[in-house]
Design a protein around this ligand. Structure first.
Ligand code: ATP
Ligand code: MG
Length: 221
C-alpha cells in the first residue's frame, strides 16, 4: 500500500479538495482506496457522505490512530491511503508526513502561501520524506499567457527544495460544485479542463508512487 499525505499549514489552500478528487480518481480507476480524515473539521468526511453510490472507504480518525489505521488498511489489501490533514497543529501534520510515502504540499500562488509551504517543505525534508508541491487556485491563462502571479510563484517555489508538479489546478467553480455532491470534477463533467488537470495530476502522482495502472506496486511485479 502507498500512503499519500495532503498537507498545507495555510487554511483553505485546497487540501480537502485535492484529497477528495485524488481519492475518487484512484477509486474510479479501480484502486482499493482509503481516505483517512484526520482533520477534526471533517470536511472530507462531509464531502464523501454527500456522495451517493460507492466510493473510497472513509476513516474518520484523529492523528493518534493513523499508524494503526494504516496497518489495518495494509493488512486488508488497500492499494492506497490518502490522508486529509488539518492546517494545525504541527504535531498532527508531522504524524501524517511520517506515515506517508509521498506528501502533497498544496499552495496557492500568493506570497503568504509560498512562505508557509517553504516551512512545510523543510519539515518534509527533515523527516526524510518525498514531497511534491501542487499549485492550487491559480488564475487562468490570459490570451495563452500564464499570469505573472503563477510564474512568480513557480519561480519562488524552486527554492523550497521539493519539486513543483508540472500540473497545477486553476481556480474553477466546478471544484466547489462537484465536492458539494461528493463527486470528483471528472464525474461532474468529464469534458472539462478541471477533469483533465486532475487526471494528469493523478497520473503524475501514481508514477511517483511507482504504482501501475491497476494499483499494484510496479516495482514489486
Ligand atoms: N481549484 C479550486 N478552484 C475553486 N475553488 C477551490 C479550489 N480549490 C479549493 N477551492 C475552494 O476553496 C475553499 C477551501 O478549499 P479546501 O476546503 O479544500 O481547503 P483546505 O486546505 O482543506 O482548508 P482547511 O485548512 O480549512 O482544511 C473551499 O470552498 C473549496 O471549494
Ligand atoms: Mg480541509
Amino acid at each position: 500500500m502507498k500512503t499519500l499525505a495532503v498537507i498545507s499549514r495555510k487554511g483553505g489552500a485546497g487540501k480537502t479538495t485535492l484529497a477528495i478528487n485524488l481519492s475518487l480518481t484512484a477509486h474510479l480507476a479501480g484502486w482499493k482506496t482509503l481516505l483517512a480524515d484526520i482533520d477534526p473539521q471533517r470536511s472530507a468526511s462531509d464531502a464523501l457522505r454527500a456522495r451517493g453510490g460507492s466510493g473510497p472507504c472513509l476513516a474518520e480518525i484523529n492523528a493518534g490512530k493513523l499508524f494503526q489505521t494504516g496497518a489495518h488498511a495494509e493488512h486488508d489489501g488497500y492499494d492506497v491511503m490518502l490522508i486529509d490533514t488539518p492546517a494545525a497543529p504541527d504535531a498532527d501534520v508531522a504524524v501524517a508526513v511520517n506515515s506517508a510515502d509521498l506528501c502533497i504540499l498544496v499552495c496557492r500562488p500568493t506570497f503568504l502561501d509560498i512562505a508557509s509551504v517553504a516551512r512545510s517543505a523543510e519539515m518534509v525534508r527533515r523527516l526524510g520524506k518525498a514531497g511534491l508541491i501542487v499549485l492550487n487556485q491559480a488564475p487562468s491563462k490570459r490570451g495563452g499567457f500564464e499570469p505573472a502571479s503563477v510564474r512568480q510563484a513557480v519561480e519562488a517555489l524552486r527554492f523550497c527544495g521539493l519539486p513543483v508538479a508540472p500540473i497545477g489546478l486553476r481556480a474553477r467553480t466546478i471544484y466547489q460544485q462537484a465536492i458539494a455532491r461528493g463527486l470528483s470534477v471528472g464525474e461532474w463533467d468529464a469534458a472539462t479542463p478541471a477533469a483533465r488537470e486532475i487526471d494528469r495530476l493523478w497520473g503524475h502522482v501514481a508514477a511517483l508512487l511507482a504504482l501501475d495502472g491497476h494499483g499494484r506496486d510496479a516495482r514489486a511485479s
